[in-house]
Design a protein around this ligand. Structure first.
Ligand code: IVH
Length: 668
């Protein structure tokens, strides 16, 4: 009998370990190793055994994490200690004032702990005699909702403490990681369900589920950051509290730090404001806390918030506003991008009244209509975008947007090639929008870097007919420019001198500036290094282009197409005639400049084409046969008659090793 019950106990233990392991794969590592069905089977086996042998049920069994049946409603929990909120600082001045006040009250400079302000839902976690007993939402601070069974589905919430205490109340933040939020919304979109506006709403929605199985499927997580009440333990410092929470098995956010003064706090605030986009979870600010608990006690709390802590809030990145209109913008390559016109809203510290809608499919998929209330977002340096629609706010007067079929600027047809998301204006350089955008790109920093030619001046130059294409810039006179509205002699002369200066730019900048489709700054540099001058690039053709390392068929095709277009050849000629530099590196500056090479035999470490490319990129020249003017013959294995001829003429013969030494030397 005893043997049998031992066996059952062992089996239960094994099942629990197995389930915990898969919880870890699923919730922590986001990488499940078994299917949901197999997981459910394990859980069912465990629950069945526990039903038959209730004496084996433990508080921390994984079966206790998942509520078996839906709850009717949440019951209220009266908080043992009121859950206070934090007062806010919206700028460094507010923080400075707070620090001044504290130093005045304490008569000394307190040490601060700086923590990330996790954008989730605050919860209170009760542990009695070492076991998790209740978890509650904040509610009104005095009474919250009992969401214990839902919280138990969070795998990083310890169900049993490492060190048992009579009572421990921990405060923390439940949140949904960005990745889980994206996956959740993608699934909901497929199923035609309303989308969650942001991870915080998704976390709140998931924790308020009456069926814990739904919560369990939502990959929530939790950070612990405070001890509200503890019996059987004392702490001198808040930093010790964080370390202790970590020891007890809580998930403590590792990005906390100690600061000796408020200036150090400022630099951490700045650092995290920059780095927040890289985090796997959303933060909406920084929490600054006084480290010494004795200091905390002396400072006390108001009825709403402690005086010893403050939240420095980052400017909001998301907000709700009305979408008034949708306009389309034509870019330099003709791509037609729909843009939302919004009622102005402050996002991430700037006023936003335009936001991208990306493309036609996005508008359709999100069912964005004129007049809708929408969630707009501006994160870091990213262009503002419309994230979602608040459909509950619809009145029925919203208008479905139909994507234009004709370019609003030139009237040409807009086409959308099969399988592509982008729609394009077919007007080419006839389209004023494409001309304007092309010129804006030509003069931009990474391209020809011509100062003083902002979008407004470019528009004036085009409108007045002074300029039709980029090459025309190089034929402008300062007197002509100075006649444009709001441009005097001085700025006109400055523009001319900046245009002059740009003539000496290396070829790579010019290639990039020409705005050849698919050719970014990096590809332009690679091409300039390989061909060294515009003429050779123009003549190269698809086969040669594609043999260049890192140049794929798309780029090769675009370049070939560019140089097959009469209009483009005319522009390039006009640029050349104006004296614009067309070489990457002056031949005389290149390390192998003026040196003539002949290749014979097979090389081990590179193909002939590679050897040729290398020599040419260093300014050397390749000859087909050995002559008196040949400087070097590179002889690989099994060289041909060229070797003998070189010997008879007394020309330097390099074996592979010597050749490699030469080109590597050339490189440095
Ligand atoms: S301490 C008594 N620390 O921000 C003060 N709160 O706006 C307890 N929050 O209600 C709060 N991260 O939900 C604290 N590291 C952190 C936090 C944090 C997020 C939330 C918490 C609080 C709200 C105040």
């Amino acid at each position: 009998m005893a043997d049998k019950s031992n066996k059952i106990k062992e089996k239960v233990e094994k099942l629990r370990q197995e389930i915990e392991k898969h919880n870890h794969y699923y919730f922590d590592l986001d990488s499940p190793q078994i299917s949901d069905r197999e997981y459910d089977q394990l859980m069912l086996q465990l629950m069945e055994l526990e039903r038959l042998h209730p004496q084996l049920i433990t508080e921390d069994s994984p079966s206790q994490r998942v509520g078996g049946k839906p709850l009717d409603a949440f019951s209220g929990v009266e908080h043992r200690v009121p859950l206070l909120s934090l007062s806010n600082a919206f700028n460094f001045e507010d923080l400075k004032e707070w620090d001044n006040r504290l130093r005045r009250t304490l008569g000394e400079q307190p040490q601060y702990v700086v923590e990330l302000k996790i954008d989730g839902l605050s919860v209170a976690l009760y542990y009695e005699e070492g076991y998790f007993s209740t978890g509650a939402t904040r509610g009104d601070g005095l009474t919250g909702e009992d969401i214990s069974s839902n919280l138990k589905t969070i795998s990083t919430l310890p169900l049993a403490l490492r060190e048992s205490l009579p009572l421990l109340i921990v405060k923390g933040e439940a949140y949904m990681p960005k990745g889980a939020f994206k996956t959740l919304n993608e699934g909901r979109e497929r199923e035609g369900l309303p989308l969650f506006a942001n991870p915080r709403n998704a976390a709140a929605g998931s924790l308020r589920q009456l069926d814990s199985r739904v919560t369990a499927s939502r990959a929530l997580n939790l950070f612990a950051y405070e001890i509200q009440l503890v019996e059987g333990k004392e702490f001198q410092l808040h930093s010790q509290v964080l370390e202790y929470l970590d020891y007890q098995g809580f998930n403590v956010n590792p990005n906390w730090g100690l600061c000796e003064n408020i200036d150090e706090v400022f630099s951490l605030c700045e650092e995290w404001e920059k780095k927040r986009a890289q985090l796997e979870y959303e933060i909406d600010g920084i929490v600054v806390k006084v480290d010494m608990r004795e200091h905390q006690r002396l400072l006390g709390s108001t009825s709403k918030s402690p005086r010893w802590a403050i939240a420095y809030k980052f400017p909001a990145e998301q907000g709700v506003t009305r979408l008034r209109d949708i306009i389309v913008r034509v870019g330099r390559t003709g791509v037609v991008t729909p843009t939302a016109v919004l009622d102005p809203i402050s996002l991430a510290g700037t006023t936003v009244s335009r936001a991208t809608l990306h493309n036609e499919d996005n508008i359709k998929d999100k069912d964005i209509r004129l007049g809708d209330m929408v969630v707009a977002q501006k994160a870091g340096d990213i262009i503002p975008e419309v994230v979602s629609v608040i459909k509950e706010e619809r009145t029925g007067d919203e208008i479905i947007f139909s994507f234009p079929t004709k370019c609003p600027e030139c009237g040409s047809k807009i086409v959308r090639p099969e399988g592509e998301a982008a729609a394009r204006c077919t007007g080419g350089l006839v389209c004023p929008a494409q001309r304007r955008e092309g010129l804006i790109h030509f003069v931009s920093r990474g391209a020809m870097d011509i100062e003083g030619l902002g979008p407004r001046v470019i528009e004036q130059l085009l409108d007045s007919g002074l300029v039709e294409d980029a090459a025309d810039l190089y034929y402008l006179q300062w007197e002509e420019i100075s006649q444009l509205e709001r441009l005097g002699e001085k700025s006109a002369k400055n523009i001319i001198s900046s245009i002059e200066k740009s003539k000496d730019n290396p070829l790579s900048r010019l290639i990039f500036a020409l705005g050849i489709r698919n050719v970014g700054a990096r590809a332009a540099k690679i091409l300039a290094d390989r061909y060294n001058n515009m003429e050779d690039l123009g003549r190269a053709g698809f086969e040669s282009l594609i043999s260049v390392h890192e140049i794929g068929p798309k780029i090769a095709e675009s370049i070939e197409a560019f140089f097959n277009e009469d209009h483009n050849l005319k522009v390039v000629k006009k640029l050349r005639d104006a004296g614009v530099n067309m070489v990457e590196m002056e031949k005389t500056d290149a390390p192998l400049s003026g040196q003539k090479f002949v290749l014979t035999g097979r090389l081990d470490s590179m193909t002939r084409a590679e050897a040729r490319e290398k020599i040419e990129s260093l300014g050397g020249e390749i000859q087909g046969s050995v002559g008196r003017k040949t400087n070097y013959v590179v002889a690989g294995e099994k060289p041909g008659s060229k070797y003998d001829r070189a010997q008879s003429l007394g020309i330097a013969i390099l074996d592979e090793e010597q050749f490699r030494a030469l080109i590597n030397e050339g490189k440095s």
